[in-house]
Design a protein around this ligand. Structure first.
Ligand code: FAD
Length: 308
């Protein structure tokens, strides 16, 4: 199926056929979206999805900080929400309502300026609020599940719903959002606090990250989930280190020396190389410890071979 074969309903926003996605992902790898949809607002998105033939796959992406977009591209419609239309922030007495395209770090800063505590953990996570809901993003002992009141979503069939947090099945870096659903906004709870102390905590989180993670590199964050404690008491990075994978490389892909649960595109890596390196790491960890690492990074689209 090609973009021209897809009978697409009208969108007020932008529809682009064969749209490059890789350059916008944190890894800077990957092929094109068959169609990229950038709706103007939630109503526009809902109308589009209502009219879209049910067999066409739909995938929302945020700022692609947790994604390997495969080299062969992503079939169907990729929905990416733009700050215009989905980037508003509303401060309330005990929380923030943020559009799904808002960056987590910006929401943490808005909260700090408003003297609202409890959202500092978002300061170090480079994704969008939509991605944070979908992944139940978290750090330093807090996660979205602890602060989320509700999320507005548009389902694959174009129904706009406000779901309470408990209906989203949030668990360790996962949610049970229905396939093809798009998060458009979320309300996060916070408590009044001292502005300077909140800003201090944000600065400390950012400094800790700079010191321990390759935050300026072409990466996708934690590659593998930490194993269930019943399977192993060691964290993913410890298992990877013990299996001798720190610094392991394949083509332009490498395991970070700084934090060995991070994969890097050191230059001209392909998605295929990153994924193959990840599988090498899984095989070495399996051989060394018997633990089967599970990908935390989402891999989307179709493979396109190893060659650049
Ligand atoms: P994407 O990567 O674009 O997508 C991730 C998933 O969310 C996909 O399944 C996608 O379909 C879905 N999704 C995205 N937007 C929507 C939407 N609007 N509606 C429905 N589904 C959607 N994560 C942590 O949890 N904690 C950390 O401490 C952390 N540190 C990181 C550090 C670095 C340097 C990097 C690069 C990443 C890190 N991450 C961390 C991973 C990543 O930032 C988070 O998972 C983030 O929540 C992903 O948001 P995103 O907008 O980039 O989503």
């Amino acid at each position: 199926m090609t973009a021209t074969d897809l009978a697409l309903p009208r969108l007020r926003g932008r529809l682009t056929a064969d749209a490059p996605l890789g350059a916008q992902s944190w890894f800077r790898v990957g092929g094109n979206a068959e169609v990229l949809a950038r709706p103007e607002d939630a109503e526009d998105l809902a109308g589009f999805l209502r009219g879209l033939s049910p067999e066409i796959p739909v995938r929302a992406i945020g700022v692609a900080s947790n994604l390997i977009i495969r080299d062969g591209g992503v079939p169907g419609v990729v929905v990416r929400l733009a700050p215009r239309g989905f980037g508003s922030v509303r401060i309330e007495a005990d929380g923030i309502v943020a559009g799904a395209a808002c960056l987590d770090g910006a929401v943490a800063e808005h909260a700090a300026k408003a003297g609202l505590a409890g959202l500092e953990f978002l300061a170090g996570i480079p994704g969008s609020i939509g991605g944070a809901v979908a992944m139940n993003a978290g750090a330093y002992g807090s996660a979205m599940a602890d602060v989320l009141d509700w999320a507005d979503i548009v389902t694959r069939v174009g129904e706009a719903l406000r779901l309470p947090a408990h209906a989203l099945g949030l668990g360790y870096r996962r949610s049970s959002l229905p396939p093809g659903a798009v998060v458009t906004a979320a309300r996060l709870r916070a408590t009044p606090g001292d502005r300077e102390m909140i800003a201090g905590r944000i600065a400390a989180i950012r400094a800790t990250r700079e010191a321990s993670q390759p935050v300026r590199a072409r990466t996708g964050g934690s590659t593998f989930r930490n194993p269930d404690p019943a399977e192993s008491s060691r964290r993913a990075w410890e298992l990877i280190e013990a299996a001798g994978c720190r610094g392991l490389a394949l083509g332009g892909a490498a395991v970070s020396e700084k934090h060995c649960n991070f994969l890097l595109n050191t230059g001209g890596a392909t998605a295929g190389e990153l994924e193959a390196l990840g599988e090498m790491v899984r095989a070495k960890v399996r051989a060394a410890s018997g633990v089967e690492l599970v990908w935390e990074i989402k891999r989307i689209g179709v493979p396109g071979g190893l060659a650049p």
